[in-house]
Design a protein around this ligand. Structure first.
Ligand code: XMP
Length: 327
């Protein structure tokens, strides 16, 4: 039987051998639990759901159906990577839903951050439920719940059931194969399962995605600018040895324009703000000391490659007084 709780004396999974042992036991438990029934998983491409997907593919193969909802607020290349890794390489049943227009239409003109989050969360459940209804005979819902989620939900800090909020008539039994693991252990297990390291060692990315990095009302052009600038920042951090060293880094495109000059012509365009912070628990954070030469290179690339941008700013503010994200 699968453990409901993390045993007090459980050895921290830090090596390939310990990961393989864990995977073997989980696969056997998953087969016992699921039998010949069908399982559904919302696969975001984040570490936890990706590890759960890879584990279930090993355990029950095509009895698993994954649904990847692209809400239009993902980083550049993410939906493509989910399709490549899970559909093309691991041969999973993957339903890909491009719901970009649906989300962006609902978000049009909405400026309040909490309202934006509510719309994104609510719409996500709706799209996922619609896809689930099209499938026959699903009995289980898999989730990437991890041990800190359970501890926090017990303390009343957050509701851990990601799928909490599914309509009343949709009742599934839960399958949570990484629920006794800490995040660092999930990563070790992910590597042992053969997931790409840029997926396994991914920096934290909020559920509402780039939506909270376009402060105020989200527009398609500003969203495109934040996505392109973020891709350049990630590429340069990777090239310069900062990937995996800096805890979280991203760009923000605020909703104001300033004057600039390009090819002798006056421009009136957005700034891109770069944020790069280090922390252990995200409760407080320190700003990363980015080398000045790299900063100048980032400015040159972003202002020449990202449409609609004429300035780049660096946010020097720790948490507190600022939060990590802008909304
Ligand atoms: P803040 O901005 O509160 O962020 O300093 C702390 C950490 O939480 C992440 N974050 C979110 N994650 N949904 C998420 O899944 C959200 O709405 C959300 N808001 C902030 C943030 O990226 C940082 O790692």
């Amino acid at each position: 039987m699968a453990e409901e709780r993390r045993p007090d004396d459980m050895t921290r999974i830090t090596t390939r051998e310990l990961a393989d042992e864990f995977i073997e036991k989980q696969i056997s438990d998953l087969r016992d639990q699921i039998g010949d029934k069908k399982v559904l998983l919302a696969l975001s491409g984040g570490v936890d759901s990706s590890v759960v997907a890879a584990m279930l593919i090993k355990a029950v193969g095509d009895q698993l159906t994954c649904v990847h909802v692209n809400h239009g607020l993902l980083r550049k290349g993410e939906p493509e990577q989910v399709i490549e890794v899970f559909r093309d390489q691991m041969k999973a049943n993957l339903i890909y839903v491009d719901a970009t227009d649906r989300f962006l239409d609902k978000l049009a003109g909405v400026t309040d951050p909490e309202e934006k989050r509510k719309i994104i969360g609510g719409e996500f459940i709706e799209v996922f439920a619609e896809e689930a209804r099209k499938l026959d005979g699903i009995e289980f819902l898999a989730q990437g719940t991890i041990w800190p989620d359970i501890l926090e939900s017990e303390k009343g800090i957050k509701a851990h059931h990601n799928a909490g909020g599914l309509p009343e008539d949709m009742k599934f039994d839960l399958v949570e194969p990484v629920k006794i693991l800490f995040k660092d252990e999930v990563r070790v297990v992910g590597e042992a399962l053969g997931l790409p390291s840029n997926m396994v060692y991914r920096q934290p990315f909020p559920g509402p995605g780039l939506g909270v990095r376009c402060p105020g009302a989200i527009t398609r052009d500003r969203l495109e600018a934040v996505r392109e600038a973020d891709a350049i920042l990630r590429e340069e951090f990777a090239k310069n040895g900062l990937e995996g060293k800096v805890w979280q880094y991203f760009t923000v495109v605020p909703d104001f324009k300033s004057t600039g000059i390009r090819d002798g012509q006056r421009t009136f365009e957005w700034p891109v703000i770069i944020r790069a912070v280090n922390t252990t628990d995200a409760m407080t954070a320190e700003v990363e000391d980015i080398p000045f030469e790299l900063m100048k290179h980032l400015v040159a690339r972003i202002t020449s490659e990202v449409k609609g941008v004429n300035r780049v700013l660096y946010d020097f503010t720790p948490k507190p007084s600022a939060t990590i994200e802008y909304e």
